[in-house]
Design a protein around this ligand. Sequence first.
Ligand code: GDP
Ligand code: MN
Length: 379
Amino acid sequence: MKLQEYRSKEILDRHGVPLLAGRTATTPEEARAAAEEIGGPVVVKAQVLVGGRGKAGGVKLASDPDEAEQKAREIIGLDIKGITVRTVLVAPAAEIAHEYYLGLILDRAAKAITVIASAEGGVEIEETARTNPDAILRLPLHPLIGLQEHQSRRVAFFLGIPADLRKDFGRVMRGLFDAFVQSDADLAEINPLVVTDDGRLLALDAKIVLDDSALPRHPDLEAMRDLNEEEPSEIAAREAGISFIKLDGNIGCMVNGAGLAMTTMDLVKLAGGEPANFLDIGGGAKADKVTAAFRIILDDPNVKAILINIFGGITRGDEVARGIVEARSQLEREVPMVVRIVGTNEAEAKPILAEAQLITADSLDDAAAKAVAAAGGAA
Ligand code: GDP
Ligand code: MN
């Protein structure tokens, strides 16, 4: 789950990272009031979960409340990479002497939380990685000891942080690290981290991405979720306890188990089709969950057929078959359904499916080919 800049800053602020917090506004008038309260020049920033807001016109400086209101009027409602801006952050403006990039990622290859740093801040790190990879430092941290002071110093030297700010930089590194670990993040980045004209170190932009699987441990962070920027179908799936990711194809997939769901998608592609989604219904799925899954899949108008692939372990095949038949009778939209059920009680499942006139298949290859044909051929 990605957190908006102002939320990410709240977390970093709690861990002692120096920054200019500011206030959010959803109308130009509110932005004006925020600027009045702050006093002096401000920066007005679109709060959307995409990078490159600056280039897209979503970050603007304003010298007084009048101008802040004007800039907010320009930014609120603006479309940035397909997302409409609803909220802006109004924060004290900083006079920038230098911009740095400082981030922490969970590097699965290194099996360690890893520092990514570059003195070429302000631009996206992927861009620097392409054009000037030598300008980036990657420093894995010890999985048990965590961040050590000598590592903070090494990063400070690599970046060329002015000597009198190295202590402050150590505080930034420590705060970023603590925020990362304590919130179970996958990514925490400050871009840019700046040195100001008057010699202060400040986090001007922040982005934290949380590990979804750890969210149950952090109800306070879960509450920071921005539903405006999520697919409605993915929200419905989460509420039903179903793992779901929407894709662009026309064959809906309903599968139990994440690995089996990925295999199913691969075989749909191999048969010349395109999956419309990834969906893992989880173990022991009953009719109500199957119904919820059907609704979520069929909510996508591109879906022309559904491939159901269930492996019965603890889940009994005949129960699943009955669940499918029952769930289907409650649907408003009808599309061909290809069902493959193997494992426990697979023989008992067959007559139930046959009676309901569902298309059945014995192998997954066969099921994928039938689903592609039922959807009207290759997408
Ligand atoms: P992003 O484009 O989505 O990454 O948004 P940022 O918050 O990083 O802003 C983009 C750029 O705007 C920064 O790299 C800065 O150059 C500039 N910027 C942001 N805040 C300020 C500020 O307070 N003062 C000044 N002078 N520039 C700012
Ligand atoms: Mn940025």
